[in-house]
Design a protein around this ligand. Structure first.
Ligand SMILES: NC(=O)c1ccc[n+]([C@@H]2O[C@H](COP(=O)([O-])OP(=O)(O)OC[C@H]3O[C@@H](n4cnc5c(N)ncnc54)[C@H](OP(=O)(O)O)[C@@H]3O)[C@@H](O)[C@H]2O)c1
Length: 255
């Protein structure tokens, strides 16, 4: 369901090539926001931008790798050139690469830290001035970080992923002390099991869709990406003085 309060907002959504980011971008655009779609797969974000514009929405595809500072700087310049100042930033880009800690997968640890934590930080830094200026001009201004229930609940094999999400949740909490007094809302959303491409990159067959993750899907029944997008859009569409600061959204069967 679109949220008409979002009409005229200017959104930046990372992870817009698939899953929650793509669903959020679609819903924000359907609600009347201009939406910059950020991810690495140009074909995906370009076809999503086309789908949005062909139905009367406003979207621009901006290829970015959030692990690369130069790529973020170039992407922020493109967003500013296309749409001007952003007032709604959604950090949805992320990777989840579980393995037992004694597998010693330093490559995966680094990729998760670079994407889920440092990547989110780079995006925040690129748009902080926009968010603060938009709020100072009397507008509604939002930073929404997609963390995970893994920030609180421990799972075997997910130690590093969960650590990156715990760091993101804590970053959101800390940023509120700097952003809140300047009327910029920070919303930290912690989803549970959701049906997206996130598990497709797991390279341990006992943990992927054919193993532990597949069993979770069968036992719990995942949320859809559209259901998470609805939570994002609902939070961003509240009156400017109302901040839904911390949201945990789980399938009813997930403990
Ligand atoms: N699905 C779940 O059960 C679940 C639960 C809790 C939290 N989350 C979190 O939700 C967020 C969204 O994930 P999702 O579930 O929607 O999975 P997804 O479909 O895999 O989406 C992840 C997105 O991040 C982008 N991405 C990955 N690495 C990137 C990079 N280096 N630079 C730019 N973009 C990058 C991907 O696009 P490209 O590959 O094209 O770059 C993709 O669009 C993630 O932060 C995830 O940790 C998911």
């Amino acid at each position: 369901m679109p949220y008409s309060q979002l009409a005229g907002r200017t959104a930046v959504v990372t992870g817009a090539a698939s899953g929650m980011g793509a669903a959020t971008a679609r819903l924000l655009a359907a609600s009347g926001a201009r939406v910059a779609l950020l991810a690495r797969r140009a074909d995906r974000i370009e076809s999503l931008a086309e789908a949005i514009t062909s139905t009367g929405g406003q979207a621009v595809a901006v290829r970015v790798d959030v692990t690369d500072q130069a790529s973020i700087t170039a992407a922020a310049n493109r967003v500013h050139a296309g749409f001007g100042r952003a007032d709604l930033v959604v950090n949805a880009a992320g990777v989840m690469l579980p393995n037992p800690i004694d597998a010693g997968r330093a490559d995966e640890w680094q990729r998760m830290i670079d994407t889920n934590l440092s990547g989110a930080l780079r995006v925040i830094a690129a748009f902080t001035a926009d968010l603060i200026e938009a709020a100072a001009d009397g507008g509604t201004s939002d930073l929404l970080n997609i963390s995970s229930i893994g920030a609180h609940v421990t799972f075997p094999n997910y130690a590093v992923y969960s650590a990156t999400k715990a760091a993101l949740t804590h970053l959101s909490a800390s940023l509120r002390t700097e952003f809140g007094p300047r009327d910029v809302r920070v919303t930290n959303i912690e989803p549970g099991l959701t049906d997206t491409e996130l598990g497709d990159h797991i390279d341990n067959p006992t943990l992927g869709h054919g193993g532990q993750l597949g069993e979770f899907f069968k036992a719990i029944g995942p949320l859809s990406a559209d259901e998470i997008a609805d939570v994002v859009a609902y939070a961003a569409s509240r009156p400017r003085h109302v901040n839904l600061r911390q949201i945990i959204v789980l399938p009813t069967r997930q403990a």
